[in-house]
Design a protein around this ligand. Structure first.
Ligand code: MG
Length: 468
């Protein structure tokens, strides 16, 4: 009797000791690979005819290729804020009419009161790392280590900032030569580790390769616990640089070399996950912060069949080539349901058993049921296209209404406020060529009402992007 009782207590103790670690082991790892200014048409699996992306193409075959996946804004800073907080950047001051992104002289950044994916996951035992471009504030209180990341290695803002005089104009030099590479001294961009500058100017020739190394190092070190890796490549934002193994190798000039090097890095990450036998425990997401920077000619990417690019609220500015891969968990194929980077926070929280912040408006939806094939229909039926502090357009189902249209950075189409919104059916006309507002006044009315309703949910907040 005594012996049985002893055994029962022993078993109970063992079960309770093992339970938490077993629960943690079941939590999936998350890897987000986020490019900068990559266009919808720049990958082999999204139709590019002269850039080779075998690893991303494999990821598309083994996972899901999302064809209606959006970002929260068409330029760097607000788009990154949207991904990490699951909120439209107009809700947290990361979108402004005065300056569209943060600069080296900015004093603002992502506020401490914001809750990031890293913070949500850290609360349930995740190891977290940010590698690459941050661009949510370079002062210590705004850096990744102040926002839930255990470590940070990368550049704090864009790779074309801190520019010095006395060098060739990049746009002009690049227009003459699709293989043009600028001297690294032209851009005094620092590399930071945690909150310290460790290299300046960053040797940008080796940056993509070093990001991949840092990512692989973190994955190896974290293989026994759940982890979240945010790998934000600083390319293909100009100036373009490629490592020696990739320079001059693609058919598409230096731009193609850059994409092929990023692709090789994705290959290394996928191989590492397999080698460590955590492939089936890891959801990998690949996308970009905004569309291609078209005024840079062959040094900018391609939005494929989508209209316009970076900086605009046309599809080319905000719809991104997106891949999700989770072997054994997801049904592979093409996914045409709508998603956005803001959906990653609620999706990851749901898969990890973590809490989403309940005291604020979130703009993301949990995509896990559609990712895992439990539902055919996704939870998202609309997208809001904000630029500066105005709602320029809205998509509901197949329909998109433009209230304001404008080219990128003072180039191309002038700013036009439309008394009658332009209306496009994005399923019949993904290139936004045929304005059909005249044929569908009822649809226009519905979209105007939906936009009015949405605007009411936005409360004024302090602008973080103004120079102070
Ligand atoms: Mg960008």
């Amino acid at each position: 009797m005594k012996r049985t009782l002893f055994l029962a207590i022993f078993c109970l103790l063992m079960v309770s000791a093992l339970a938490p670690s077993r629960l943690i082991a079941e939590k999936p790892n998350f890897v987000v690979i986020f490019c900068d200014d990559l266009g919808y048409g720049d990958l082999g699996c999204f139709g590019h005819p002269s850039i080779r992306t075998p690893h991303l193409d494999r990821m598309a075959v083994e996972g899901q290729r999302w064809t209606n996946f959006y970002v929260g804004a068409s330029v760097c800073t607000p788009s990154r804020a949207a991904l990490l907080t699951g909120r439209l950047p107009v809700r947290n001051g990361m979108m402004s009419a005065r300056r569209r992104v943060l600069f080296p002289d900015s004093k603002g950044g992502l506020q401490k009161s914001e809750v990031t994916i890293a913070e949500c996951l850290k609360a349930v035992g995740y190891a977290t790392a940010a590698v690459g471009k941050w661009h949510l504030g370079h002062l210590p209180e705004y850096l990744p280590v102040a926002h839930g990341f255990d470590s940070y290695w990368g550049i704090p803002y864009s790779n074309d900032m801190d520019a010095r005089r006395g060098f060739p104009n990049y746009r002009q030099a690049g227009r003459k030569d699709p293989n043009y590479v600028a001297p690294i001294e032209q851009y005094q961009v620092p590399i930071m580790e945690g909150t310290k500058v460790i290299e300046r100017p960053a040797n940008q020739h080796t940056l993509t390769g070093r990001y991949t190394e840092k990512a692989v190092e973190f994955i190896r070190a974290s293989k026994d616990k759940p982890f979240f890796l945010y790998l934000a490549h600083s390319l293909p934002h100009i100036p373009l640089y490629a490592g020696k193994d990739h320079r001059g190798k693609s058919r598409r000039g230096i731009y193609g070399d850059v994409i092929e090097e990023i692709d090789a890095g994705v290959g290394r990450i996928l191989t590492t996950l397999k080698e460590l036998k955590i492939d089936e425990k890891t959801l990998v997401v690949f996308t970009s912060d905004n569309g291609p920077w078209l005024p840079f000619n062959t040094h900018g990417g391609s939005a494929g069949l989508l209209r316009e690019g970076k900086g605009t609220t046309f599809e080319g500015g905000m719809r991104e080539p997106t891949l999700f891969r989770w072997p054994g968990k997801m049904k592979p194929g093409v996914q045409m349901e709508m998603g956005t980077t803001m959906d990653l926070l609620p999706t990851f929280c749901s898969l990890a058993g973590a809490k989403t912040p309940g005291d604020r408006t979130l703009d993301g939806f949990d995509l896990s049921s559609v990712l895992l094939g439990k539902e055919a229909k996704g939870p998202r039926d609309r997208v809001y296209y904000w630029r500066e502090e105005k709602l320029y357009a809205i998509r509901v189902g197949a329909w998109k209404a433009h209230f304001i249209t404008q080219g990128c950075y003072g180039i191309g189409e002038k700013k036009t406020e439309h008394a009658t919104p332009q209306l496009y059916n994005l399923e019949h006309d993904p290139s936004e060529k045929y304005n059909v507002a005249g044929n569908h006044p009822d649809v226009v009315k519905k979209l105007v009402a939906a936009a009015d309703e949405h605007r009411k949910s936005i409360k004024p907040v302090a602008d973080q992007l103004i120079r102070r």
